[in-house]
Design a protein around this ligand. Structure first.
Ligand code: G3P
Ligand code: MG
Length: 246
């Protein structure tokens, strides 16, 4: 099996807990700390612009209100996605996926693009994220990895841009994981490390798939996971887990 070709330690939601999530400031923070890869969440605004957002509603991470799927991108541009985190980050915009992708490329940051659709927009979000990812990273030496908890989003991404690598996100590893991976043409399985058993880690890797765990915030736990054969992890604790952790 080919070794995992991407960074092994990935900053979760841009800058983990050291910056407001899913912001350009978070990505810059990750870069500054020496991280080589970031994970972020992509959702569609009401006008189908792919933007960075985790929740389906605006309240937790912006000063806006209501559903992301009902807010046009031009209105999102007026929002502050940093004040909830700290005064220092006040005025952080809600980034479009296009801006975030361009920043990753400019900074030399690898991207795990999590397709995070609002309910009912699974296929649309998968298609839009995959098409834009292809356009943004065209000709780039290292391509991003798309991932999603939503099989219809992955199926749509596969249909739109089959050549972009895909990862299947799941909390625990379901009994039918292998057929799901095959159907969706995934190269990697991404699970909650708290639900993972060592024999499952072995089975995934023996079947020829890479294994990524989220969200690992403790070096001792990470040591165990790497011993089990886990290929990569996302972390919130950029201050505790250095990017070159082995
Ligand atoms: O991609 C790993 C991780 O981001 C999945 O959980 O809820 O933080 O998007 P969540
Ligand atoms: Mg995510």
């Amino acid at each position: 099996m080919k070794p995992w070709p991407f960074p092994r330690i990935i900053a979760h939601r841009g800058g983990g807990t050291l910056a407001p999530e899913n912001t350009l400031g978070g990505m810059r923070k990750a870069k500054k700390l020496g991280f080589a890869g970031v994970e972020f969440d992509v959702m569609l605004a009401a006008d189908a612009t792919p933007i960075l957002m985790h929740d389906e509603t605006l309240e937790r991470t912006t000063d806006g209100r209501g559903a992301v799927a009902e807010t046009a991108y031009r209105d999102m541009l007026k929002l502050d996605a940093g004040s909830w985190y700290s005064r220092e980050h006040a005025g952080e915009p809600v980034p479009s996926f296009e801006r975030a992708g361009r920043l990753c490329i400019a900074l030399g940051l690898w991207a795990n693009v999590e397709i995070k659709p609002s309910a009912g927009f699974e296929a649309e979000t998968g298609t839009a994220a995959a098409l834009l990812a292809r356009a943004l990273w065209r000709g780039a030496p290292v391509q991003p990895l798309l991932s999603s908890f939503q099989p219809p989003a992955l199926a749509a991404a596969k249909k739109a841009v089959p050549e972009l690598a895909r990862g299947a996100l799941t909390k625990s590893i379901p009994p039918d994981w292998q057929s799901r991976m095959q159907e969706l043409g995934c190269v990697s399985l991404h699970c909650d490390y708290r639900m993972l058993l060592p024999q499952q880690a072995r089975a995934v890797r023996d079947a020829g798939y890479w294994l990524l765990c989220y969200t690992v915030n403790d070096p001792a736990t990470l040591r165990v996971l790497f011993d089990w054969g886990v290929d990569a992890i996302v972390t919130d604790r950029l201050d505790l887990i250095p990017p070159d952790f082995r």
